[in-house]
Write a protein that binds this ligand. Structure first.
Ligand code: 6U4
Ligand code: NA
Ligand code: NA
Length: 157
């Protein structure tokens, strides 16, 4: 039986630019990623998303976050699935600042470093980047190979 753990992933976007963080440690180390982490007890996913953006990117979300996606990741031989709620911040204040976990950097949405990101990202980022919402599940062998995938654009969750 699959156990699901809840995580967040949040985007800071400003026009044609997207803020990503280079993960210096932990899960996904060495990859560029949006900001996020585990939803803690007593927190809503939205609250966790705002907190993780503050902790990892050093900026404050303003105007809340909008849910844009829901992803389920499973790994061969691992009974624990990652259930990831994906959000986009409506606004932010402050200057992106390096944390112990992430080194933030702006990228043009037309030249994202997909080869240095999780392999699923190039499949669903385009839906987000054109303003769509999505639901997907990806089954991995290790952290580099997608064994099976399902991805759909949705109107609501
Ligand atoms: P701690 O132990 O506190 O450092 P925490 O920050 O709570 O960890 P973390 O960073 O391990 O959690 O959470 C994993 C992050 O990686 C979440 O934001 C979800 C994200 N993530 C996991 N698989 C991903 C994938 N395939 N593609 C992607 N993001 C993924 O774009
Ligand atoms: Na994290
Ligand atoms: Na974290």
């Amino acid at each position: 039986e699959l156990t699901k753990k809840l995580f967040t992933l949040a985007f800071i976007r400003e026009g044609n630019r997207l803020l990503l963080g280079y993960k210096k440690r932990g899960f996904g180390q060495g990859r560029w990623n949006a900001f996020g982490g585990k939803v803690e007890a007593g927190e809503t996913p939205e609250e966790a998303a705002v907190r993780e953006v503050q902790e990892e990117a050093g900026v404050m979300v303003v105007g809340g976050v909008e849910k844009v996606g829901e992803l389920l990741f499973t790994f061969e031989g691992d009974p624990t699935a990652m259930h990831v709620m994906v959000f986009s911040a409506r606004g932010y204040t402050g200057t992106p600042t390096e944390s112990e976990e992430m080194k933030p950097q702006w990228f043009s949405v037309d030249s994202l470093p997909y080869s240095l990101m999780w392999p699923d990202d190039e499949l669903w980022y385009p839906i987000y980047l054109r303003g769509g919402k999505f639901r997907g599940r990806f089954h991995f062998q290790g952290h580099d190979k997608i064994l099976s995938e399902k991805l759909e654009e949705v109107q609501t969750f």
